[in-house]
Each structure stands twice: as C-alpha cells, then as structure tokens.
Design a protein. Structure first.
Length: 284
C-alpha cells in the first residue's frame, strides 16, 4: 500500500479512537516506522514501504489508538527547537513550558550566571536555556535517577556541555551558600495538579508518572514548598520562576510576597492562561 493510503487509513482509525491530532499522529508515527521525517512523506507519499515497516506502523497506530502518547512511542519530542528523548519516567515536554524558558531568558540577559532547574525531568527547561546562554552554568536536578540519566543523555546528544544533571530530592543534594554557589535563576515545572482533577483521566497524562503531575493541597503543596526553600539558594538579586496551573496564580503571588520576594508577577502562556509566577529577592 502507498504511504499516502496508509496515512489516510491510520488517520481515520485514530480520529475514531478519539485522538485530537489524528493526522499529525499518523504522520509522526509513519515517519518513525520508516525512519524518515514528516516532510519526506509530503514528497514521497506515492511510494510504498516494506512489509515489516508497515507492520511496525500498524503496531504504533494500534498503541496510539489505545491512547498511548506519541512521544513515548517515538521516544522523542521537540521542545524549543531541540530534539529531546522522552521516557515514561518523565513528563512529556509541553509547549506551555516554553513560556517559562522565554521568561528566564528575558530576565537573565547577562552573559554569565547560574541557573537551577529543579525537577528537571527530560531536562527540557535546563537544556533550552543552556542552548541560548552558552556562558551560563546550568544545573538540573531530579528525584528520579532515571530522569537524571535521560536529561544527561539529552545534554550529551545536543552537545550542551554547559548543562549538567544530578540526583536530588528538591534542594537536598545541593550545598547552600556560602559553602555552595548561589543561583541567579531558579526555575521549576513541579507537579501542580490536584489528585481529584478529571484532567488526569484524559489524554496523554494518563500515561505520565503521577509523581510529575500530582501534588497535595489542591496541587499547591510542591509550589509552596519551593517558594519557602528556594530563597536560601538564590543570589542577592536572584529570581524564582514557577510554572503552575491557571487557577493557582493569586495564591502563589500571595505566598511569594509573604515569603519576602519582590517584583512578584504572573505571566500568561500563549493560550492566555496565567502560567508562570515569578519574584526576585531584592527590588531591581
Ligand atoms: N501542564 C501539565 C498538564 O496540565 C501539568 C504539568 C505539571 O503538573 N507540572 O498536563
């Protein structure tokens, strides 16, 4: 069967199974099965493929029809123009999180500094920042050794030697200043979904690790913990920037003010939702 026809059939099947992005899913999965990129398919859609390539594609489409995320099936996802390896040990990088990267780059205009990405997962935020700020020292930490290994592999594959990763339960493995060096920017996309949120029962999130998604206190527990602990690790004019859910901003701004942060504000993502709240230690 020609690739075009395979795509049409798979798109139909995935749309029927409820995928919100059936055509795109089919293209990415077929590209993966025949080891070509999507744009190649646009030009060579009348070509055929081998029996085994087709069997591989059928298996991928069957898994996707069950709801399995495309990024786990292909083992990769693009974020900030970087190709990142993904695994079921970590959250799949999301376009929303690019808001946090853009903000960190805007506030950290100096050519050198130190950034910490806490709960780094695939390393997405740390690596995107490191790719834009070669003079900065970027450190990513994660509780899970499997995530640390994945993020480090991503750094190596992208040739980003200014980013390194280590295992740490939040800040516990990092020496606090004055023994350790302070950070100019601390960023995090921690778990922030409430355990009873119906969103957890839909789409890709069903297959992602709950430890990366769910937090106590209606999803606020980890964000609030970071607000009170990050101060110790920030430089005098350092910034804390936290991604969060769109109903959480007011609570977080209040918590930052109470904790003594200045310049507290919230930034919206491309969808118009309040997505990142930030504050700095002294008035700048
Ligand atoms: N934004 C993600 C979602 O809604 C959640 C990410 C997170 O909990 N850090 O699926």
């Amino acid at each position: 069967m020609a690739l075009d026809a395979l795509l049409r059939k798979a798109t139909e099947r995935l749309a029927k199974a409820g995928s919100p992005s059936a055509r795109l899913d089919a293209e990415v999965l077929l590209g993966h099965a025949i080891e070509r990129d999507r744009t190649w398919l646009y030009t060579w859609g009348d070509k055929g493929c081998s029996k085994w390539q087709q069997a591989r594609f059928d298996a991928l489409v069957a898994a996707r029809a069950q709801g399995y995320p495309v990024a786990y099936l292909t083992g990769e996802r693009e974020f900030w123009g970087l190709r990142l390896m993904t695994s079921p040990d970590t959250l799949i990088p999301r376009p929303d999180t690019e808001t946090l990267v853009a903000l960190a780059l805007r506030r950290a205009a100096q050519p050198q500094g130190r950034l910490l990405d806490i709960g780094t997962g695939t390393g997405a935020i740390a690596l995107a920042f490191a790719s834009e700020r070669p003079g900065w020292q970027v450190i990513g930490v994660d509780l899970l050794p499997a995530a640390v290994a994945l993020a480090q592999t991503n750094a190596t594959q992208l040739g980003l030697g200014n980013a390194r990763f280590q295992q740490s339960d939040w800040f516990s493995a990092l020496a606090a200043p004055p023994e350790g060096a302070a950070f100019d920017v601390i960023v995090a996309n921690p778990p922030y979904i409430a355990a009873d949120d119906p969103h957890l029962k839909r789409g890709d999130v069903r297959f992602e690790p709950a430890s990366a998604l769910v937090a106590d206190a209606d999803g606020l527990a980890d964000l609030l913990y970071l607000i009170v602990t990050a101060e110790t690790y920030l430089s005098d004019s350092g910034w804390l920037m936290l991604e969060h859910g769109h109903g959480q901003a007011a609570e977080l701004r209040e918590a930052m003010r109470v904790a003594g942060y200045q310049n507290v504000e919230t930034v919206r993502d491309l969808g118009g939702h309040e997505r990142v709240t930030l504050g700095s230690l002294i008035t700048v």
